[in-house]
Design a protein around this ligand. Structure first.
Ligand code: HGY
Ligand code: MN
Ligand code: MN
Length: 439
């Protein structure tokens, strides 16, 4: 009696679809690792989380990695772990070759208040592509590699998109491994502690093409009634750490005119940057995400302050102008309040344009599958912006309800998750079989 599992499910290629229930079930299973509630607090085992906290190279990240690598092994993929912990799994081509694969993937590390879909959707949808091809016994002309990159978020170690930047040859692996978090822990040691300091060399093998599926993390697709976004590129990113030194003093006895208040300067800088972005004629955004005051006590004028500045713009000249205005105002604050202010650049990436041929393929594929699609530039940084340095690259977006992300309230309609994963399946298939990138 032939086991039904041995009978390939035969459907016409254009009717291939991923297993949506399995995708959503796996997203939920992964979310449980480092699971948090809507307030960002850890949830006990067995309680369905709202989101996840799996900061790069923490134990929770390690558990997430173990789960996904297990799924890769179940698919028989050839696993490769490199010297900064990037993990890829390759499905050989029909002729057994594994060179110049079509590559797809994203990240599974999260910010401390992460949602279920940021990064995870792209990685688990990539696994769905492989599983669907296997179930239908479809061999492809080109190999297919799926993977996840280390420390995409940059919330614990900077820069963000660190693993993919190393993979693409933009940062020496040794520099990445030496990056320290605020507690002085080095990435390399932390990867060793979770068993993911691999031996495969970086930079990694350049793929034939790279496509990343990701939630938009903004309000545009939902507002415009689109299900899929054909992503045209990524805006420029500038992160700076600001350390302000003044004079701690008594809150009651120190006259206002003789204060060197580091906390006041931090607050004025945050207001200045918000005004700068709102006044800008371009789509400038500015965020002060971290503020630490010392000694942070009710009756002590802060003698020291540490804050971070995140400036982004799709227009590099406008981003440079914003950075110059930011630095000029820091000088003014130092003079006005008699402060020492030190700036340290954490991240600076120029805007990136994706490959027109791949963007067009995403757009045509979504349309062919019947999903409303629109072209969109990415406000968030992504691993794809690094892979674009070494291969024709684009991204597929799907909706973020209310535009919420980097928060446990992040949510996407299940039907949109599945529609986007189906789009990824067919884009990868087309790239694996066709000559879309023939010049
Ligand atoms: O900061 C970003 O845009 C990305 O989430 N790392
Ligand atoms: Mn992401
Ligand atoms: Mn993110």
């Amino acid at each position: 009696m032939t086991d039904t599992a041995d009978i390939p499910l035969t459907v016409a290629l254009e009717d291939l679809r991923i297993d949506g229930l399995r995708l959503i079930e796996r997203l939920e299973n992964l979310a449980r690792l480092g699971g948090i509630d809507l307030q960002g607090r850890p949830v006990p085992d067995g309680v369905v989380p709202a989101g996840s906290s799996r900061l790069a190279a923490t134990q929770a990240d390690g558990r997430g990695r173990d789960l996904v690598v297990g799924w890769m092994r179940d698919l028989g993929l050839q696993i490769r772990i490199d010297e900064v912990g990037n993990v890829t799994g390759t499905r050989p081509a029909a002729d057994g070759s594994t060179d110049h694969p079509v590559m797809t993937g994203s990240h599974i590390d999260t910010v401390a208040t992460g949602g279920k879909y940021d990064g995870n959707l792209g990685v688990l949808s990539a696994l769905e592509v492989i599983a669907t091809l296997d179930e239908h016994r479809i061999a492809t002309r080109r190999p297919i590699t799926v993977g996840f990159f280390t420390n995409e978020e940059g919330a614990r170690f900077q820069p963000d998109m660190m693993g993919s930047l190393v993979y693409a040859g933009g940062l020496p692996p040794s520099v990445a491994r030496a990056a320290k978090d605020l507690a002085g822990m080095a990435l390399g040691d932390e990867l060793t502690a979770i068993g993911y300091l691999g031996e495969a060399p970086a930079p990694g093998p350049a793929p034939h093409a790279f496509v990343e599926l990701h939630i938009e993390q903004g309000p545009v697709l939902e507002r415009d009634g689109a299900v899929v976004g054909a992503v045209t590129g990524v805006q420029g990113i500038s992160w700076t750490e600001v350390r302000i030194a003044g004079q701690g003093n008594h809150a009651g006895t120190t006259p206002m005119g003789s204060r060197r208040d580091a906390g006041l300067a931090a607050a004025r800088l945050a207001v200045f940057l918000d005004d700068l972005a709102r006044r800008s004629p371009s789509n400038q955004v500015a965020t002060v995400g971290q503020v630490e005051l010392f000694p942070n006590l009710v009756n002590v004028i802060p003698g020291r302050a540490r804050l971070t500045v995140d400036l982004r713009n799709i227009d590099n000249a406008a981003l440079i102008a914003a950075e110059q205005a930011f630095r000029a105002y820091v000088e003014e604050l130092a003079q006005t309040y008699g402060l020492e202010i030190a700036l340290a650049n954490l991240v600076r990436f120029d805007p990136v344009d994706f490959d027109a041929r791949v963007i067009g393929l995403v757009e045509r594929t979504a349309t062919r599958l019947g999903h409303p699609v629109t072209r969109i530039a990415s406000g968030a940084g992504h691993d794809a912006q690094m892979l674009a340095r070494v291969a024709p690259t684009a991204m597929i977006f799907t909706t973020s309800h209310g535009g919420i992300s980097h928060d446990p309230a992040e949510w996407t309609k299940p039907e949109d998750l599945v529609a986007a994963a189906d789009t990824l399946l067919h884009v990868v298939l087309e790239l694996s079989e066709g000559d879309h990138l023939a010049v």
